[in-house]
Design a protein around this ligand. Sequence first.
Ligand SMILES: [Zn+2]
Length: 240
Amino acid sequence: MGFCPICEKKTLFYKKADWLRDNYHCIRCNSIPRQRALLQVMQQFFPDWRKFNIHESSPSGATFKKFSSECLGYRSSQFFPDIPAGTIFSGQRCEDLSRQTFNDESFDIVITQDVLEHLLDPVKSLKEICRTLKPGGAHVFTVPWYSWQDTKIRAIQEDDKIVYLEEPDYHVNPVNDEGSLVVTEWGKDLIDTIYASTGMSTTAIHIRDRQVGVDAKFIEVFVSRKLLGSVSSLTNRWAR
Ligand SMILES: [Zn+2]
């Protein structure tokens, strides 16, 4: 028994298999641990998120239901390789994270849940996420983080084809039956890579608390902040 950060009610968390990350559910909303961890972080860091402009790439499940019903400024997009960016397909806006059609500084928060490991051009995508954030805005995300080892690139794109450097590994994709290819196993250089490519500073938040149904491997939630415009005037003041 515990309290679900998504339902915001008392609930029962139950385990369907030992791999908790995909099998430890809330009996009310069917959410999984990383979704509840994300909501815990949203509540703690951004308690006014319901009033924000939020873009989520490739949403699904309980968090999609919550954000789309409780946040008026929530917009979501999915990637369909053959559909032009910015158009609507099957009721969903199509966007390629590495070439977005959103204007600069459109959002207070951009959310990606288990997306970064599938991007063929992650640095370009991170830059684009940063471009669409307002100053002081944040990219809130989850990704399997192999924090004890170097980042491993499993596949690269060369011209129009994908070259596999490791045995192809696919994750479930709600909008594509083939699944999503795992391109990158992000390692200890994740946070430095984000800083080097965007200037955003990142905090990794690790929650393990069964009272809120948060316990699993790869449970970190990351918050990358875009620099506030006022920071340079403050540092200049102190530098005098
Ligand atoms: Zn729930």
